[in-house]
Design a protein around this ligand. Structure first.
Ligand SMILES: *Cc1c(COP(=O)(O)O)cnc(C)c1O
Length: 388
């Protein structure tokens, strides 16, 4: 299906709403029935139509069609956060006594799910480095039900071989779930590589304007129906119509934003690589990236998010740099119009700083929609505050 068709037309039946170009926000909690039998039939199959907006809603349904098509999946559900998409990608598929293999250091709230939530219900998780297929082969147990991937990771961009792991998982009747937030379906389609379920924080590139928190889970209809019938309706964590509309508006410009950010990222990357106060730059499609071959094989591109290691022995220098930026803001998240940074030291106490560990001198930069020169000039003036 053409990307332009998906973004501009798929799911939109304009003749049903006055030929309006923009779809309506069907801001209703409930839907009327005309006969008892109609109501009875719908109660038997809530996934087949409208009863109440904690379940399905027509504005959200337009979006579901587009998001499923972007991932080349049969179906998609949209959530009120990426974290709830993570929750719903795992919890429906495990029971007490089951085992999960996760790549090390997935997104924080996936870690909390595996470390603090699921053990209360008798589900254990093993973490693996994930660069080699053998990491998964060695960790698998009789009771392993699910393999959880995040490729690339959003800090050091470690990758897993999605096709090889999915092929192995099938031989063990194990589901493969992947957090695809870094690439988005624009740059990586894990379903085509064999993954069963793909999720993304739509807060990032898909919505793209730093004004809505939302998430997507896509895969086979049978799997999503299972998620919907119990966990989705029980947790009540589906996206609401207005946020769905904002996400749809953001999606219209996905290719334009991604292409622009990809170009700017290249320019900023080249600038950072030659700067004497920068020790190294980490970006999955950079020629020096240790897994660049795998990145080229399974990703169609990359943009925006990169990390760099500052040459310094004093963490105060990293603080000065971060606080000297005039335009690039210090904030969590990414994927919006605005450039952002997070210094790794914000997540630790200064007394624990060890300058010989480059990961502690890491700064994550998100390159937004500004001009490359504007971003570079800001970095240049702030890098002057790094003295030793
Ligand atoms: C932001 C993020 C999430 C969580 O998404 P929210 O929309 O913030 O709940 C999950 N995974 C990754 C990689 C993220 O960057």
């Amino acid at each position: 299906m053409d990307l332009s068709y998906i973004l501009n037309e798929l799911g939109e039946e304009r003749e049903h709403y006055f030929n309006a170009i923009a779809p309506p926000i069907i801001q209703t909690s409930n839907f009327k029935f005309n006969t008892v039998d109609e109501m009875r039939q719908r109660f038997k199959d809530e996934y087949g139509g409208y009863i109440y907006s904690r379940g399905l809603n027509p504005t959200v349904d337009i979006l579901r069609k587009k998001l499923a098509a972007l991932d080349e999946a049969e179906d998609a559900l949209v959530f009120n956060s990426g974290a709830s998409a993570i929750f719903s990608s795992v919890v429906p598929f495990v029971s007490s006594g089951d085992h999960i293999i996760s790549v090390r250091n997935p997104y924080t709230w996936a870690q909390r799910l595996f470390n603090d939530f699921l053990p209360r219900f008798g589900v254990q998780t093993s973490y693996v480095e994930g660069r080699l297929l053998s990491d998964f082969e060695n960790a698998i147990q009789e009771n392993t039900k699910l393999i959880y991937l995040e490729s690339p990771n959003s800090w050091d961009f470690g990758l897993q071989d999605i096709a090889a792991i999915s092929k192995f998982a099938k031989t063990r009747n194990c589901l493969v779930v992947i957090d695809n937030s870094y690439c988005s379906p624009y740059y990586q389609k894990p379903i085509l590589l064999g993954a069963d379920l793909v999720l993304q924080s739509a807060t990032k590139y898909l919505a793209g304007h730093s004004d809505v928190v939302c998430g997507v889970l896509a895969g086979r209809k049978e799997l999503l129906q299972k998620v919907f019938n119990l966990e989705y309706l029980t947790a009540g964590n589906g996206i609401q119509p207005f946020n769905a509309w904002l996400l749809m508006r953001g999606l219209r410009t996905l290719p334009a934003r991604m292409d622009r950010i990809a170009k700017t990222t290249q320019v900023v990357l080249e600038y950072l690589k030659q700067h004497p106060k920068i020790e190294s730059v980490i970006f999955p499609l950079d020629a020096n990236f240790p897994q660049v071959e795998l990145a080229r094989k399974q990703m169609q591109g990359a943009c925006g998010l990169l990390s760099f290691v500052v040459k310094t022995t004093d963490p105060k220098n990293i603080e000065h740099f971060s606080e000297s930026l005039k335009h690039i803001m210090m904030a969590v998240s990414w994927g919006g119009y605005e450039s952002l940074i997070i210094p790794r030291i914000a997540g630790m106490e200064l007394k624990d700083f060890n300058p010989s560990d480059p990961m502690q001198r890491l700064i994550r930069l998100y390159v937004g929609l500004e001009d490359a020169d504007y971003i570079i000039a800001d970095l240049e003036q702030a890098l002057k505050s790094i003295t030793n």
